[in-house]
Design a protein. Structure first.
Length: 340
């Protein structure tokens, strides 16, 4: 059997050297090393050998198998190299041609706006706070002075998972959670960017959108502090010539409350079609933190005060980039996104 193995090895190596294609090498592997290959058949017949011959023949067979596998790999490398050389010899390459450029991506316009808002407020001493998007009813409504069945909840119709668990309708729950963690420490100066969810879907509303809310808690905070903060933001975001105005409004979690307008980015306040002739464009809501909200989280409304504000990132992006349909921001059309 030893002579048969050596003879088979010599025959196999001679055959292998004559092979010129990778397909032929694969067939060669099957012929000798496959499940029904010649070497495999020899190994299966070792049971007929004596106990003294079996380890000797087994060692020789294993050495032959290892040698064939190594020589097969070498032959494959030689054939591949020859194929490349033949292709290079037959084809003409112009090495002076420029390479194909890589298409580099860039930040989505909404991400650019969020980053800009972060930079503006962090420059004013704010820090960034985040919280869960799947929220408890208590944090999303009740702690913010919106008890169950309160009519103001209709303005923020949400997606409920259970009666007590929902997709958050604003990032205000992050403010509540932050105050709970910080009480009784002051000051608090945070912004809360993130995704929120409401049952809206049209040219200016989306069932999922982005908000950035802000909160300041300290002693002797007034509406003038709020107005100065928002004026700084508006001028940093839309230009130094921008002005703001506050209009009385209603939010359950602030008192007093206001809507904030900026002077029209198209006509600078003179009146045009974009601002419906008013010279102003609504941008966000704000107000002084309601005493009940402060009490709910453990602060003494007699000792500390604060203000809060909230803006839709899509709204800011539409004003800054003069986009007339919010859905363009979510359609992933490169013809649109490449403009930013």
């Amino acid at each position: 059997m030893r002579q048969n193995l050596v003879a088979m090895r010599d025959q196999a190596l001679n055959e292998l050297e004559a092979l010129a294609t990778l397909e032929a090498v694969n067939l060669f592997r099957i012929k000798y090393l496959g499940k029904k290959g010649e070497l495999t058949q020899v190994l299966r017949g070792m049971g007929q050998l004596s106990e003294t011959e079996r380890p000797v023949i087994g060692q020789i067979a294993n050495e032959i198998r290892d040698e064939l596998e190594q020589r097969i790999k070498l032959r494959q490398e030689v054939i591949r190299r020859q194929e490349v050389e033949q292709r290079l010899a037959s084809e003409v390459f112009d090495i002076t041609l420029p390479g194909k450029p890589f298409l580099l991506g860039h930040k989505h316009p909404l991400t650019q706006i969020i980053d800009k808002i972060r930079d503006i407020f962090m420059g004013m001493g704010y820090s960034v706070a985040e919280g869960p998007e799947i929220e408890l009813d208590y944090y999303n409504f009740e702690a913010l002075n919106l008890p169950k069945d309160h009519p103001a909840r209709d303005m923020q119709d949400s997606f409920y998972i259970t009666e007590e668990v929902l997709l958050r309708t604003h990032t205000s729950p992050v403010q509540v959670r932050t105050m709970e963690e910080m009480v009784p420490e002051i000051p608090i100066r945070i912004i809360c960017p993130g995704k929120v969810y409401r049952r809206d879907d049209d040219a200016t509303h989306s069932p999922m959108f982005h908000q950035v809310e802000g909160l300041v808690i300290d002693e002797n905070i007034t509406m003038s502090d709020l107005k100065g903060t928002l004026l700084t933001f508006a001028q940093e975001m839309f230009g130094r010539e921008r002005q703001i105005r506050l209009r009385p409004s209603y939010f359950p979690f602030t008192e007093p409350s206001a809507e904030v307008d900026i002077s029209c980015i198209m006509c600078s306040g003179d009146g045009c079609r974009v601002c419906s002739g008013s010279g102003w464009l609504e941008i966000l809501g704000c107000g002084m933190v309601h005493p009940k909200v402060l009490a709910n989280v453990g602060y003494d409304p007699e000792k500390v005060r604060g203000f809060a504000f909230g803006m839709g990132v899509e709204r800011v992006a539409m004003l800054k980039y003069r986009i007339d349909d919010m859905r363009l921001l979510f359609e992933n059309d490169l013809r649109f996104l490449n403009q930013f």
